[in-house]
Design a protein. Sequence first.
Length: 277
Amino acid sequence: MNRSALEIRKEIEGLSSLPTIPPVVTRLLEIVDSEEISIKEIGDVISRDQVLSARVLKIVNSPIYGFPGRISSVSQALMLIGLSAIKGMLLGVSIFEIMQKTMVGLWEHSIGAAAAARLIASRAGLKDVEEASVAGLIHDIGKVVLGIRYTEEYRAVLERTGEEQRYVIELERDVFGVTHAQAGGWIAQKWNFPVNLVEAIGYHHKPALSREAGRLVSVVHLSDAVVKMMGFGFSGDPYLHPVERKAWELLGLTEEDLREVLSEMEDTLTETGSFEL
């Protein structure tokens, strides 16, 4: 492609929304930042949309969050997730169909990363494990964005990963001059996501670059690797990225911790199976 990184960024940021996001979610993404809005008011808006409220309840009651069958109202679900992660969760439950169309297995990879992020964050002592789960769920939103904005080019990138046995992120850089992590970070910033989620999306391959949310970014970085290691879903290529030393240092996990996370993940993924919204 004969476009500069700046031109690519402008084109990506020009996406005011994604095709499968219903108008109610687009509106919610705008009003969540209002200082006057409360979780109850957000819950009331969601509850008026039967499809969206059903999806919110289904994902929060899934094994991904560890509260199966215990959350009965949208307001209760939002209180569990927390205000800082609401935007990401709403985006996640709204784009799963287009994730499936962009790349077979991407939705499964994403929910696997959400489950792994929750387990890792809990073991590493992060205060907001639900935020970590949401970050895991939407960390690859940049692949969706590139797939929508540059459909044919991105399809060719995915074909080449198998033919050339290379990481998808390397071919993205070759073709677009930017990666899905950068693209995802840009769109999250454009939509005024909290800085923690912006960095978790934008730096999940390079946690050492994070300035504000190093531990959260490291959780997503490791959860991405764990899900690929376990062969759950598909994120564009089957090749495992090395886990950065900085991520290990920030999380302070031991080999025993990792073994226990993998053991818990086996049970969670078995329960999750082909979970869909």
